[in-house]
Design a protein around this ligand. Structure first.
Ligand SMILES: [Mg+2]
Length: 266
């Protein structure tokens, strides 16, 4: 585990000291290290524990934001009670306590999605190691288990399909290509969480290109952290999910101190 970078180390105490804070995290590549089989992805135990303990402190709210469907995400992250979920890149939102914001497709969109899926299945039938995943508002082409050359073929095929289905938004992710008929983004999801929680400040940690939509909606009091390399709008950067584990553990220590002071100061 590498130490949390110096500048982020300075920003965390300010964040932890705000009355209401929202801690929002991506899952794959952020809480969970990448694995060949997406079905085997699991969060690092230190992050699970830190988020459980953070959630138990007054004024701390936890949100998970992922391209995965909410049903899969909520099962996988081992969330604390009261956690909120943004799934399918913002197309599905679960605010906890039975409050769900589903984005249902209209009939024309549903028909377009069915055509798009059939078209992808035809184009990709001959490419080994490809898996299609159905989402409530789209479909995802996974090629993490394909050889590099086959991954390239899959992207080419996806682009050809996109030309025939221009209403769908196509997004390149980490060894995935996603098509969505509803153009929600992680930024839209974060905006819904923010409206619901009304935090004084928000922390968002993510690793993928789709997380940039989340970084883009953060304000001057918020803290944005990119995991890994590549261009990013985020203010800060860490290297790996293990570093996220360190960051959450540091945040927990800081917030506990704030909580202890506010209790003894009463
Ligand atoms: Mg990710």
């Amino acid at each position: 585990m590498t130490p949390v970078p110096r500048q982020l180390h300075d920003a965390l105490p300010r964040f932890a000291a705000r009355d209401r804070i929202l801690v929002a995290l991506d899952f794959d590549g952020t809480l969970s290290p990448f694995v060949d089989d997406p079905q085997a992805a699991a969060p690092l135990p230190g992050s699970v524990q830190a988020l459980r303990e953070l959630a138990a402190i007054p004024g701390v709210f936890i949100g998970y934001i992922s391209g995965r469907p909410v049903a899969d995400l909520s099962r996988r992250v081992q969330p604390p009670d009261g956690a909120m979920f943004v799934g399918s890149h913002g197309a599905e939102i679960d605010l906890g306590a039975g409050k769900t914001a589903w984005i249902a497709l209209d009939d024309a969109e549903a028909a377009e999605l069915a055509d798009l899926r059939a078209d992808l299945a035809r184009e990709l039938a001959e490419v080994p190691g490809i898996r299609l995943e159905d989402k409530p508002a789209g479909v995802v082409v996974h090629f993490r288990q394909a050889a590099d050359a086959h991954g390239g073929l899959a992207v080419d095929a996806a682009r050809r399909v996109h030309v025939r289905h221009p209403r769908a938004k196509m997004t390149d992710g980490h060894q995935v290509v996603e098509f969505a008929l509803r153009h929600a983004s992680k930024g839209d999801g974060i905006a819904v969480l923010r409206d619901h929680v009304r935090p004084d400040a928000l922390l968002f940690v993510g690793d993928d290109t789709t997380d940039e939509d989340g970084f883009a909606v953060l304000g001057p009091d918020d803290v944005s952290v990119k995991v890994g390399g590549g261009e990013s709008l985020a203010q800060f950067r860490v290297g790996t999910p293990q570093d996220v584990e360190s960051l959450l553990s540091d945040l927990l220590t800081l917030r506990r101190e704030v909580d202890r002071c506010s209790v003894t100061g009463r």
